[in-house]
Design a protein around this ligand. Structure first.
Ligand SMILES: O=C(O)CCC(=O)C(=O)O
Length: 280
């Protein structure tokens, strides 16, 4: 089991672009912003995305992209497919529950609406979210911030294997709970695809699919050697991940570290992230 320590929490109400630059971006240190999106329409109120019935009624016919495959980011998962959003919402909330999958003898393909430009396919949902001011104002004279926004809507227990990204990242959680484990860029992660080979996505991925799985010798070795930085995000919470930090994310069933320690079984997870380039 990974050893972990909590990521520091910064109050989003008092955060400014300048402090974001000095305390997070320039120092390349992660931070949790509890409740940063508590008042987003996506999180609370009549348009909350937790009402997936409503989302399905309004946008269920829109076609969206999902990744297909056993392990997200693995080579076979990179082939995206287009499905009606309403069908994916049913899959995520009902059809992909572990007991249903077991009854179907795992015949159902595994899908993840992960790292997907959802707002290109369902533009109305864009009005339900807002990049916090402290994250989007570019530090004076250091170039514009062009934040890219992607959705991460997954079934109970969905994981993203340990990987890293070249951009700064604000991951904002909307529904359910997400365990995030972070490791410094200097940690030597085991990987089969060398950094200089493979597709751009695979170059950034380690071999460890789930660091909580002690049956995986690589995960057990990592846990013995490195203390991860950890948080469980709930609805409205945000996590700043500096570029190049290794991270593992998993949908879990509740907010406690005990609940986060085992694979999620009941709660789908919905979130979006904003990636922006390193200021010059
Ligand atoms: O939520 C996830 O499954 C992964 C999120 C992630 O990797 C990211 O925001 O860069």
């Amino acid at each position: 089991m990974p050893r972990w320590e909590a990521i520091r929490e910064l109050d989003p109400a008092t955060m400014t672009a300048e402090r974001m630059r000095t305390e997070c971006i320039d120092s390349e240190q992660p931070a949790v912003f509890r409740g940063v999106a508590a008042d987003w329409p996506a999180v609370s109120g009549p348009r909350a995305w937790s009402d997936w019935d409503r989302l399905g009624r309004l946008h269920g016919h829109n076609m969206v992209s999902v990744e297909q495959g056993e392990v997200f980011y693995a080579a076979d998962a990179l082939a995206g497919v287009r499905v009606p959003f309403g069908l994916y919402l049913i899959y995520m909330h009902e059809a992909a529950k572990p007991e249903v999958l077991a009854q179907m003898h795992s015949q159902l393909p595994k899908m993840y609406l992960g790292q997907v430009d959802l707002f290109a396919d369902v533009p109305e949902m864009r009005h339900d979210v807002k990049l916090p001011d402290f994250a989007c104002e570019p530090p004076a004279g250091r170039g514009a911030s062009h934040a890219v926004c992607n959705a991460w809507f997954g079934r109970p227990g969905q994981v993203s294997p340990i990987h890293h990204d070249p951009q700064h990242n604000l991951l904002v959680h909307v529904r359910g709970y997400k365990l995030c484990l972070l490791y410094k860029p200097t940690v030597a992660m085991p990987r089969t695809v060398p950094a200089e080979a493979g597709s751009s996505a695979q170059r950034n991925i380690s071999d460890i699919v789930d660091p909580r799985n002690d049956d995986d010798p690589a995960a057990a070795t990592l846990s013995a050697q490195v203390v991860a930085k950890a948080v469980v995000l709930g609805p409205g919470d945000g996590l700043y991940m500096p570029r190049k930090w290794w991270h593992f994310c998993a949908a879990v069933d509740g907010p406690t570290m005990e609940e986060a320690a085992s694979p999620g079984r009941t709660e789908p997870a919905m979130g979006i992230n904003f990636w922006w380039p390193h200021p010059r």
